[in-house]
Design a protein. Structure first.
Length: 86
């Protein structure tokens, strides 16, 4: 069972739903902001900061796309039922 925090409750063990968390834009925005802030604080050039932010955004898009396609493929497999002529 999945609770509101994205954690599966399996008996006494709670495991995080990483697929769901990695597909969230909030995570990628947070990561890009954190890295941008650190690079700026460490004195990196503007070009470097822009390139790193672009790479992080690209990874976020690719991971979200892959997870969304996997979800759609899984749902289409679940909904496939044999024809039952009656």
């Amino acid at each position: 069972m999945l609770d509101r925090a994205g954690v599966f409750k399996q008996g006494d063990v709670a495991t995080t739903d990483w697929k769901r968390k990695l597909s969230r834009w909030k995570l990628w925005a947070l990561l890009a902001t954190l890295v941008t802030s650190l690079l700026t604080a460490l004195g990196a050039s503007n070009d470097t900061v822009i390139q790193v932010t672009g790479v992080i955004g690209a990874f976020g898009v690719v991971i979200a796309y892959i997870l969304a396609e996997a979800y759609v493929d899984g749902k289409s497999t679940d909904s496939t039922t044999p024809d039952d002529p009656e």
